[in-house]
Structure formats: structure tokens, C-alpha cells
Design a protein around this ligand. Structure first.
Ligand code: ADP
Ligand code: MG
Length: 737
């Protein structure tokens, strides 16, 4: 209870009251004893020698005792008083504490009552709220234990969340700090960027100026080059015009010559008959001398007058000499024409096309199938005629070798090309044709009768020897094969490995084949060893050499490096001798699988070769070297001022006539590509693919005309020199003869 004094306080007060009362009583007793003492002293004085003295002594003794007792009581009293004092102090203290706690209580009460009021107000306001709220409250009340639990959980969750919030706040603070620092960095970077930008702008300005300067320089250079090119072009055009007029003037001369020649031929053919006739009639006339006046036939003018037989012989001699003279003239004109053609070939990019017809062999069998379908012109070694399906088709190439032409003769026509390799020219010699037409015979030959490959190297050796006084030469060879567009090194340790063609890293634009073996050779023995090694590699890599070699391109690459000791001049010439894969049309015969794939690769690469030669000869800006491994590998040796020879091999047997026709068409197209005006080049029709050669373009038209070449001359814009010109001259010769 609030009014109750503290227990300690009450006891102390009671004790004090008791002590006070005791004190009072002791004081009263001390007073009484004092009175008694005084009475006794008076009595003592009155009766000193009375008996009372004893009594007095007793009493005094008693008094002393009492006084001691009083003293003790006093000490006890003061002790008690001290105690009382202490207790009083404690009481005061306790009272103070009590007062404090009372004040606290009052405050607490105040606070509680305030809360009570608040709660009452809240309750009142809650009561005033709508019913559903009450319901919820009820529910809440009902589920109060659950709710309490939930509340507890929520509180703990709340606690946790608050902690989280605290943590997040911390993180936020850190991030803000980071942000501030990044903003600072960003500002710095921006400043740097601005600096760089200004620098960049300056550099850009400089670059623009430089570019402008370079542009100006370039324009100047282009203009110079253009004017130079124009001058050169003019010269070339003049040259060409000269050649053309030459050719054009030659044409009528040739025609009259041909006419003369043919009439002479007829006369010569008829001459023995005529002679016999004349002699007979002369004899008749001589025997009829006895009957003068008998008439003679008019055509016997030269025997009309009676002449001796010597005169007749003279006349024959005259005719013969005229005949010879005419033939001589005709041959001279032919040679002139050939010279013009050679000039034209040079202008057209140094691509020559030869044909070689192999003899009929045992393999061709017997009977009409094995008969020769090819005939030649005795007076013109550039022409050959093919009998195909009963019709004769004529072709003119740069040179045609008949079956009896020896390896030596063939090589004589080729050797100028080979030696130009020593002077630093790149040369390509291809053998083209169907399998069995003699490609390998021409390129490799037999050991008894070697072909171009070995003869070329022999010639190179002897040429090099003859120049040894001034020049140092090194000759090296590589032997490679392209099969299904894979290039293989036949002199390498791993002939199975596929090689890649790469651009020289020195930026010269030259191509090279990393890993392609090059053997340095110095003698014919060296070459033979190299060839044998390559041959062994080729044989071990395939099951059937004949089949394999007919489906792959075999390459012998000879490199001739020269150094002129006096001037220090260096030359490098390359001679590429290529035995091409068989050109026969396999696709038609329903080949499947790997055979078909091989055929497709061959078709594609031979077409690519045709495309490249076509582009080179028509001097197109873009030459599609990269369309096949073969042309890509030989790019250096086909472009620029390099020289190319296509040796088209022909099998004369009747049964091969359609393949032969295709090969010769390929040859004629390669040869007859025309040099048109520069601006019109793009209009030239593109080279027919190998497949086109096979399909649409092979059958001949009823006139025996070559559809491919005539269509090209339509597309050709130049009226001066249609591509078929040389051929058409030849045809006229044929028809008039
Ligand atoms: P390809 O290489 O085109 O398939 P080959 O060179 O193997 O053809 O020739 C086939 C056959 O014809 C061989 O037996 C070869 O000796 C023979 N042959 C080819 N050309 C001639 C030639 N001009 N003289 C003699 N025989 C030849
Ligand atoms: Mg062969």
C-alpha cells in the first residue's frame, strides 16, 4: 500500500519511543536516589557516633555501587542516543528514498492512465468502425494464440528484416560512396576523352590532308599512266591494224593463188591424159601426112603446126616450171600467213596450240572401227581433217604432228619455248586429250625414245653449259600430282600428304607450296633417278597405275635460276610440264560413286584451265586462276609474259572420233580466242565448261561447221578479224579443191 511506512522505519520508531521512556524513568530514579542520599548525609551528620555510622558506611557503599550503576546507565544511554541518532539519519534517508519512489510511482501512474486513456480512445474508435472490421477483430481474438505466435514470428521476422534493412543501409552507404568515386573517375575519364577527341580531330584533319595529297598524287600518277597507256595502246593498235591489213590483203592473194594452184593441179592431173591424147593424135597426124588437108581438133593448137617431139617435151617442161613456180609462191604465202599468225599469237598472249596424232596401235583393234578417221594436208602442216559420222570437219591449229612425226621432231618445235626458260620466262606445256591418245608418250616417252620432259632437261643442261662462261645456273625439279583437287608431292617422304598453295609471306604476290620437295639436278642421270623415284611413289600410292594416272594431272616443275656473274643480274624461269588427266566424257557413261567424283573433278579442272586460257587470251581483267588447284598452282607460269603450249593429243581411230572432235574443238577454241577492243572484253561469251563441251556443243552442224566458234564470232564486236577467219580460209581451200 502506498500509505504504509516502510517496515524498518516503524520498528526504529517503536524502539526509540521505548528508549525515551526508559530514559525518563532512569532520570526519575536518579532524582529519587539523590534525595535519599542527601537525607542520609544529613542524618549522618546528626548522628556521627551513632550506630548509624555502620549503616552509613553500608549505605555509602551502596551509593557507590548505585553511582557506578548510574554511570553505566549513562554510558548505555549515550550509546543508545548515538544509536537513535544513527537510526534517525537512516530514517531520513529512507524517507527521502520513499519520497523519490512516490514521485516515480506518481509518474508511472500518470503514464499508465494516459495509456489507458489512449487505449480507451483506440477501442472507442475501433468500436466505431464498420462490422467486418469487428469480425476480423473477433477472428483475431479467437485465433489470438495463433496470432500471437504469428505475431511473435512476425516480430522476429520484423527484427530480422530490420537487421537486413540495417545491413542494406550499410551497403547502400557503401555503394553511394562507390558511386561517388566512380562519378569522380567518370569525370576524369570524360576529361581524358575530351582530350583524346580533340587530339583525334587533329589527327583526322591531318589524315584528311595527307589523303588529299595522296589522292592528288594518285590522280596525277593515273593520268600519267593513262596517257602512257594510250600511247602504248595506239602503238599496239597500229601494229594490230598492220597485221590485220596484212592478213586482209593476204586473203584475196591467197584466194587467187589457191585458184591458180587448183587449176594447175587439175592441169597437172590431166596432163598425162592430155599428153597421151596428143601423142596419139600426133602419131595419127604423122601417119596421115600422106593425106593433106585433113582437119585437126582445135585444142591441138600446139600440135597444129607440124613439130618435132622435142617441142612437145619443151611445152611440158614449161607447164611444169609454171606449176613449180606457182607452188613455190603458194608456199611462200602460206609461210607469210603463218608469220602473221605468230605475230597475232604473240599479241594474244603467247598461247600456242599444237596437235599430235598418234599412230593406230594394236590396242585399237581391227576392222572399220580401227580405221583412221584423221587426214592431213600435204602442204599445210597446221591443218587436219576429221571424218566424223560421215562428214569431214577441218581444224586449223598452230601445228599438227602426223602419226609418223618422231619425238625428236616434236621436240624441235618445242625447244624454243624450253630455252626461253633460261632467259627467265615461265613456260607451261600441257598435254591434253582422251586417255590413250598419247599424252604420256609425248611428255614422258619411253626409255628408248624419251619425250619432252627428258629432252627439255637435256637441252637445259647443254644450254646452261654453253653459257657457263658468264652465267651460274642452278636447275631443280619437283614432281607433283593433282588428284581430286588434292596436291601431292611425289618426291616427298610423305607422298600421301596433301599440300597447300600459299601466298609468299614477303608480300611479292608470288605463290609457293610449303613442303614441296625440290631436287637439285645436274645431269641426265640425276633426272632419271628423280623420275624413277617419283614413279615409284606414284605406283605405291595406287592400285592401278594406268587408271590412276589417267585421272590425275602429273606435273614436272623445272626451276632454272641464273646469275650473271658480271652484272649480278638474277633470273628465275619455270618450266611446267603437265600430263593432264584424260579429257574423255565419263559423266555420260553413267559412272557412279568415286568414279563419278573423279570425273567431276577432272571436268571442273579442265574447264577451269580453258577458262583461264580464254581470259588470258582475251586479256580480261579478271583471270579465274583460283577455280582449280592446277590453274592456281600454275598462276605465275600462265600470266604475265609467260608462254603456254597446249599439245592436243588425238587418237585417229574411227571409234574415238567423237572424243577427238571434242579435243580438237577445245584446241581450236583455245587458239581462236580473239583480241577484241578493251572496252568490249566483258561482252565476250565465257569459256564453255567441260560439260558444255561434252553435251550441247559437241555434235557438229550439217555444214560441218563448228557451232561454238561461229557463235563466238557473232558475239565478237570486231569486224576486222573474226575468230573463225583462219579456219574459214582453210575451208574455202578445201571446197575449192
Ligand atoms: P595417254 O597418256 O594419253 O593415256 P599414252 O601415252 O599412254 O596415252 O599412249 C597410249 C599408247 O599409245 C601407249 O602404248 C603409247 O606407247 C602409244 N603411243 C602414243 N603415242 C604414240 C606415238 N606418237 N607413237 C607411237 N606410239 C604411241
Ligand atoms: Mg597417260
Amino acid at each position: 500500500s502506498r500509505t504504509d511506512p516502510p517496515q524498518g522505519g516503524t520498528d526504529a520508531e517503536k524502539h526509540r519511543d521505548l528508549l525515551v521512556a526508559e530514559n525518563e524513568r532512569l532520570r526519575q530514579e536518579v532524582k529519587v536516589r539523590d534525595g535519599e542520599l542527601r537525607e542520609l548525609r544529613r542524618q549522618q551528620a546528626a548522628c556521627w557516633d551513632c550506630t548509624h555510622l555502620q549503616e552509613n558506611a553500608g549505605l555509602q557503599e551502596r551509593l557507590c555501587q548505585l553511582q557506578r550503576e548510574a554511570e553505566e546507565a549513562r554510558a548505555k544511554l549515550s550509546e543508545l542516543e548515538l544509536e537513535v541518532q544513527q537510526k534517525t539519519n537512516r530514517l531520513a534517508e529512507v524517507e527521502l528514498r520513499l519520497k523519490d519512489s512516490l514521485a516515480e510511482r506518481a509518474q508511472e501512474e500518470e503514464r499508465l492512465s494516459r495509456r489507458l486513456r489512449d487505449s480507451q480512445e483506440t477501442i472507442a474508435s475501433l468500436r466505431a468502425q464498420p462490422q467486418h472490421v469487428k469480425y476480423i477483430i473477433k477472428t483475431v481474438e479467437v485465433e489470438s494464440t495463433k496470432a500471437k505466435q504469428a505475431l511473435c514470428e512476425s516480430q522476429s521476422r520484423n527484427q530480422y528484416l530490420q537487421e537486413q534493412v540495417g545491413m542494406q543501409r550499410q551497403v547502400l552507404k557503401e555503394m553511394e560512396q562507390q558511386l561517388q568515386s566512380s562519378q569522380k573517375t567518370a569525370a576524369q575519364l570524360r576529361a581524358q576523352i575530351a582530350m583524346y577527341e580533340s587530339e583525334l580531330e587533329r589527327a583526322h584533319g591531318q589524315m584528311l590532308e595527307e589523303m588529299q595529297a595522296m589522292e592528288d598524287e594518285k590522280n596525277r600518277a593515273i593520268e600519267e599512266a593513262f596517257s602512257r597507256a594510250q600511247v602504248e595502246m595506239k602503238a599496239v593498235h597500229e601494229n594490230l591494224a598492220g597485221v590485220r591489213t596484212n592478213l586482209l590483203t593476204l586473203q584475196p592473194a591467197l584466194r587467187t593463188l589457191t585458184h591458180d594452184y587448183n587449176s594447175l593441179k587439175r592441169q597437172v592431173r590431166d596432163f598425162p591424159l592430155l599428153l597421151q591424147e596428143t601423142l596419139r593424135s600426133a602419131r595419127a597426124e604423122v601417119s596421115a601426112r600422106g593425106r593433106p588437108g585433113a582437119p585437126l581438133p582445135a585444142w591441138l593448137w600446139w600440135v597444129a603446126e607440124p613439130r618435132p617431139p622435142v617441142q612437145i617435151g619443151q611445152a611440158i617442161e614449161e607447164v611444169n616450171s609454171t606449176n613449180r613456180e606457182l607452188l613455190r609462191k603458194y608456199r611462200r604465202e602460206l609461210q607469210l600467213r603463218k608469220k602473221c599468225h605468230n605475230e597475232l599469237v604473240r599479241l594474244k598472249g603467247n598461247i600456242r596450240v599444237f596437235g599430235r596424232v598418234r599412230p593406230i596401235t594394236k590396242e585399237d583393234g581391227e576392222g572399220p572401227e580401227a580405221a583412221s578417221a584423221v587426214t592431213f594436208d600435204a602442204d599445210d602442216d597446221a591443218v587436219l581433217h576429221l571424218l566424223h559420222k560421215g562428214k569431214q570437219v577441218s581444224f586449223e591449229l598452230d601445228k599438227v604432228f602426223p602419226p609418223q612425226a618422231s619425238q625428236e621432231e616434236v621436240f624441235q618445235e618445242v625447244q624454243a619455248l624450253v630455252t626461253s626458260c633460261i632467259d627467265g620466262y615461265n613456260v607451261c606445256i600441257f598435254a591434253y586429250g582422251q586417255t590413250g591418245a598419247g599424252k604420256t608418250y609425248t611428255m614422258e616417252g619411253t626409255s628408248a625414245n624419251p619425250g619432252i620432259n627428258q629432252r627439255a632437261l637435256q637441252l637445259l643442261f647443254s644450254e646452261v653449259r654453253s653459257k657457263a662462261a658468264d652465267w651460274d645456273y642452278a636447275i631443280s625439279v619437283s614432281v607433283a600430282e593433282i588428284y581430286n583437287e588434292a596436291l601431292r608431292d611425289l618426291l616427298g617422304k610423305e607422298p600421301q600428304e596433301k599440300l597447300e598453295i600459299k601466298l609468299c609471306p614477303d608480300g611479292s604476290g608470288q605463290l609457293y607450296v610449303p613442303g614441296l620437295t625440290e631436287f637439285s639436278v645436274q645431269s641426265v642421270e640425276d633426272i632419271n633417278k628423280v623420275f624413277e623415284f617419283g614413279h615409284v611413289n606414284r605406283v605405291t600410292e595406287c592400285t592401278n597405275l594406268n587408271e590412276h594416272s589417267s585421272r590425275s594431272h602429273a606435273l614436272l616443275i623445272v626451276t632454272v635460276r641464273g646469275l650473271d656473274r658480271s652484272t649480278g643480274l638474277r633470273t628465275t624461269g619455270k618450266l611446267n610440264l603437265v600430263d593432264l588427266a584424260g579429257s574423255e566424257r565419263v559423266g555420260r557413261s553413267g559412272a557412279e560413286g568415286s568414279r563419278l567424283r573423279e570425273a567431276q573433278y577432272i571436268n571442273r579442272s579442265l574447264s577451269a584451265l580453258g577458262d583461264v586460257i580464254y581470259a588470258l587470251r582475251s586479256r580480261q581483267g579478271h583471270v579465274p586462276f583460283r577455280n582449280s588447284k592446277l590453274t592456281y598452282l600454275l598462276q605465275d607460269s600462265l600470266s604475265g609474259d609467260s608462254k603456254t603450249l597446249m599439245m592436243v593429243q588425238v587418237s585417229p581411230a574411227e571409234k574415238n572420233s567423237s572424243e577427238t572432235l571434242c579435243s580438237l574443238k577445245f584446241a581450236e577454241r583455245v587458239r581462236s580466242v580473239e583480241l577484241g577492243p578493251v572496252s568490249r572484253k566483258a561482252e565476250l561469251t565465257s569459256w564453255p565448261s567441260q560439260e558444255q563441251l561434252e553435251r550441247g556443243l559437241c555434235p557438229i552442224s550439217p555444214q560441218g561447221d563448228v557451232p561454238g566458234s561461229s557463235s563466238r564470232s557473232h558475239a565478237s564486236p570486231s569486224p576486222g578479224l573474226p575468230s573463225g577467219r583462219a579456219t574459214s580460209i582453210r575451208r574455202k581451200l578445201q571446197t575449192s579443191g
